[in-house]
Design a protein around this ligand. Structure first.
Ligand code: SF4
Length: 420
């Protein structure tokens, strides 16, 4: 059995690059970490299966032709999911431009809770490396991000800061309870839990912001007592490098971006006293990379229409789950996970996903593809957007990668679609 060391995990935005992954008769097994996401995703390696058209097995060439016919005949196609490495996203966006399609990522809801604030107010954000090496006070706002990024504390908070003399670090949970695994990872650090109402963490951030100039005048908020708000405001004022971290996908409700806006305002105002930065955590299925590619290719972020003229960005109208009602054909790409949403009936769906994907409704065309970091090499972006990491292929199941399939579909488009 082959053992692969220093394997990069492409499945969440932390980009852990220290995994040991063994090849077993049944596939792959992660040996070096208990991260449930990594263990589950690397273990999901069923054998290749043939593409299908209308539920019937066909050759890859026939499936590509059928996909090109379905997409080329559409007047308002949607190219979404975009769960692919950088090359796969580039190929998807190139095909979308040929089709005049709307483009979006499956997980863009959380992304847009952050981007909406970045567009409105700007922000001061930091990197994972700065968190590890400089932060002396980490405030975790809302539900524990470890539910989405299991090794956050082990990799980026528990290690001794490299650029502090003397090194010190404390962690405060604001309106959220740390998971048991988080408590274990932070066993050697001082941890304070202010378990207020997670749905009102924005109120707590606003109360902290108001208390910064004079903590003695703090008021309670979100179930947190005034004296606790005052104490945390004082700690923020005295920190050398404070970081406020959150996972926007854990914020619920129709105006979750306003919660992010209040956290960003807190970070802004702490900078009147000392150094402070925000750390928005995201990045599953390379959503950060997909947004980076769209921005550098077209000058606008995701949730954009490439339907002729200048690319048009509209974060409300072009959200994939809203636009799927309007679209008359869907190309859905999900190479990191065997999951496909259901779409309104009566429109052809072309699905690119790993083998073993279960469908509530059989798509018009299903093309099994490899997963970056398992079947082939590929680049994915880290949550903090500053690093594109290269994952390597570990096994060969004989599956094509997303970029190759989409390039073949583009080449097979009918002439009139190719001329869009
Ligand atoms: S924390 Fe994220 S990147 Fe690290 S091993 Fe788990 S899923 Fe992979």
């Amino acid at each position: 059995m082959a053992t692969n060391d220093d394997v990069l995990c492409p499945f969440c935005g932390l980009g852990c690059d220290d995994l040991t992954v063994e090849e077993e008769s049944g596939g792959l097994a992660v040996r070096s970490t208990d991260c449930p996401i990594a263990r589950d995703r690397f273990a999901h390696t069923p054998p290749a299966e043939p593409p299908r058209v209308a539920g019937a097995p066909v050759s890859l060439e026939d499936a590509v032709r059928a996909a090109a016919m379905a997409l080329g005949a559409a007047g308002a196609p949607l190219v979404a999911g975009l769960g692919a490495d950088v090359d796969g996203v580039r190929a998807a966006l190139a095909l979308a431009q040929r089709l005049g399609a709307v483009v979006d990522h499956a997980l863009s809801d959380g992304l847009y809770r952050n981007l909406a604030v970045l567009q409105r107010t700007g922000w001061i954000a930091t990197t994972l490396a700065e968190l590890r090496n400089r932060c002396d006070l980490l405030v975790v706002a809302g539900p524990d991000p470890a539910a989405f990024h299991p090794r956050l504390y082990e990799r980026w908070v528990a290690p001794t800061p490299a650029f502090q003399n003397p090194p010190s670090r404390e962690v405060v949970f604001l309106c959220g309870e740390p998971l048991d695994s988080t408590r274990a990872a932070l066993a050697n650090l001082p941890v304070t839990v202010l378990p207020g109402d997670p749905a009102r963490v924005g109120d707590a951030a606003a109360a902290l912001t108001a208390a910064l100039p004079d903590p003695s005048r703090a008021v309670g908020a979100a179930g947190i007592a005034a004296e606790d708000i005052a104490t945390l405001a004082e700690r923020l004022r005295k920190a050398r490098y404070a970081v406020v971290a959150w996972a926007a996908s854990a914020f619920h409700g129709p105006h979750a971006d306003l919660t992010v806006e209040r956290l960003v305002r807190l970070v802004h105002d702490v900078n009147r006293q000392t150094r402070c930065a925000g750390l928005p955590l995201a990045g599953h299925d390379n959503v950060v990379g997909a947004n980076q590619v769209c921005t550098w290719q077209f000058g606008v972020p995701l949730r954009a229409s490439l339907g002729g003229g200048a690319p048009l960005h509209d974060p409300y109208r072009f959200a994939w789950d809203r636009y799927s009602d309007t679209a008359d054909a869907v190309l859905w790409i999900s190479s990191f996970r065997p999951e496909i949403p259901t779409f309104p009936t009566g429109k052809p769906v072309v699905a690119l996903a790993p083998p073993g994907t279960a469908f509530a409704d059989e798509p018009a065309v299903f093309i099994p593809v490899g997963t970056p970091g398992i079947d082939h090499a590929g680049h994915v972006f880290r949550s903090d957007t500053v690093v594109a990491l290269r994952a390597r292929g570990l096994i060969d199941r004989g599956l094509p990668d997303v970029a190759a399939v989409l390039t073949a579909i583009a080449a097979a488009l009918p002439q009139e679609a190719a001329a869009c």
